[in-house]
Design a protein around this ligand. Structure first.
Ligand code: GRG
Length: 299
């Protein structure tokens, strides 16, 4: 399945699948009475804000590509979105990236204040694991899913990548180090999404390996295109995206490779991601469409 000149429009069933995910996310945030109203509002505000739901789509379409059901994968898909939303809330805080806007809306701490934003992130992280424990079956699969998500969110991946990133590491050591930060900060959750899809579908080793190869290439392509969108935001200096990283002098893929080579690298990685899906046959068509979308997206 090579990357061709086809348009990058998302698979036809994307809207329907996203709606299913949105409805489930809404239901999971019907929290018990003991949850303070403002905290619940802050959690919902960030979780239900208009995100692309890329990670959730990877879970459900990853499961589907291995012969599993989208229904059985939906709890795990919601859990990944909860972890993602938590990481974005915390990343936007003044002590981290200090962003005022997220998903086109005031960042959680701008709307609710820093203390509630921190707690909303904490609440979403905990809710993610409860969602898997209560929604994924059988229990051994739920435990395996919790472990995968904990590793991806933990100190060797998301949190560690963020720590290295805010420490400003490692301008001296170039592309490998930049890739290492993003494998942990962005790639780990993308890979975990595919692993969760495989687990909920009870995929075999060959199917799981194909999904992981796809996920590794896609994760890096996603980060490069994210950096490229920031560069374009800088160039046009309009719209919601502003090239904050380059403004702050942070290391980025276009900064290191130059824009043209970064564009080529993202295309190569997308092609690699699509090739990795070959063993899964036509059931992986949604994942292939998603890879094209990641390459050609504009937000
Ligand atoms: C604070 C523990 C902690 C981690 C933060 C994920 C992360 C680490 C920071 C986010 C900063 C950032 C913009 C990273 C670039 C890639 C990325 C994760 C972009 C946002 O993901 P999208 O584009 O967002 O999938 P939506 O809103 O569509 O879900």
């Amino acid at each position: 399945m090579p990357v061709t000149s086809q348009t990058s429009s998302l698979p036809q069933n994307t809207a329907e699948t996203r709606q299913r995910i949105e409805a489930a996310l809404f239901a999971y945030t019907e929290l018990p009475e003991d949850c303070p109203r403002e905290l619940r509002e802050a959690m919902r505000y960030s979780l239900l804000a208009p995100g692309k739901r890329l990670r959730a789509l990877l879970v459900v379409w990853g499961a589907d590509a291995c012969g599993g059901s989208i229904e059985a994968a939906t709890s795990a898909a919601c859990a990944v979105e909860m972890v993602h939303a938590y990481s974005l809330i915390h990343d936007d805080l003044p002590a981290m990236d200090n962003d005022d806007l997220r998903r086109g809306l005031p960042a959680c701490h701008k709307r609710f204040g820093e203390a509630i934003a921190i707690l909303a992130g904490d609440g979403l992280l905990a809710l993610a694991f409860g969602t898997i424990a209560g929604g994924v079956g059988p229990p051994e699969t739920a435990a395996a899913c919790c472990r995968v998500l904990a590793e991806a969110a933990g100190p060797a991946c998301l949190v560690g990548g963020q720590a290295d990133d805010i420490a400003g590491k490692p301008p001296e050591s170039g592309i490998q180090a930049l890739e290492s930060i993003h494998r942990r900060k962005t790639g780990a959750l993308i890979e975990a999404s595919l692993r969760l899809g495989a687990l909920t579908a009870h995929a075999d080793d060959r199917q799981t390996a194909a999904l992981l190869r796809y996920g590794r290439a896609l994760g890096l392509a996603f980060q490069i295109t994210d950096d490229l969108l920031d560069v374009r935001g800088d160039e046009v200096a309009v719209g919601k995206r502003v090239g904050k990283d380059s403004v702050q002098g942070k290391l980025t893929f276009p900064g290191l490779l130059g824009v043209d080579q970064a564009v080529r690298r993202a295309a190569e990685l997308t092609a690699e991601a699509c090739r990795a899906l070959e063993p899964l046959g036509s059931r992986a068509a949604n994942l292939e469409g998603l890879a094209r979308y990641v390459l050609e997206r504009n937000r």
